[in-house]
Design a binder for this molecule. Structure first.
Ligand SMILES: [Zn+2]
Length: 68
C-alpha cells in the first residue's frame, strides 16, 4: 500500500499516510528502542475500507536491529 498506492484488500486508491512520532512516552505510533529514544511507526490507511499498514523508516530499522 505504501509502495503501490493501492489497497490490497479492496483496491481503493485513497491512501493516507499518518506519521508516527519519534519522541513520545508510550505513544502507540512509536517503538521504544532504547532507554531514551524512539523510532516513528508510520501508518498507511485505506479510506475506502479502513485497512491499515505500519512502516518504519529504513534508517530506523538499523536502530531496532541493534536492540532487538
Ligand atoms: Zn481498502
Amino acid at each position: 500500500m505504501k509502495n503501490t498506492g493501492v489497497c490490497p484488500k479492496c483496491g481503493g486508491t485513497e491512501i493516507k499516510r499518518i506519521a508516527g512520532h519519534k519522541q513520545s512516552n508510550g505513544n502507540w505510533l512509536s517503538i521504544n528502542y532504547s532507554h531514551w529514544d524512539f523510532v516513528g511507526v508510520h501508518r498507511y490507511l485505506c479510506c475506502s475500507c479502513g485497512f491499515s499498514e505500519e512502516w518504519i523508516d529504513a534508517d530506523d530499522i538499523e536502530k531496532i536491529k541493534k536492540e532487538y
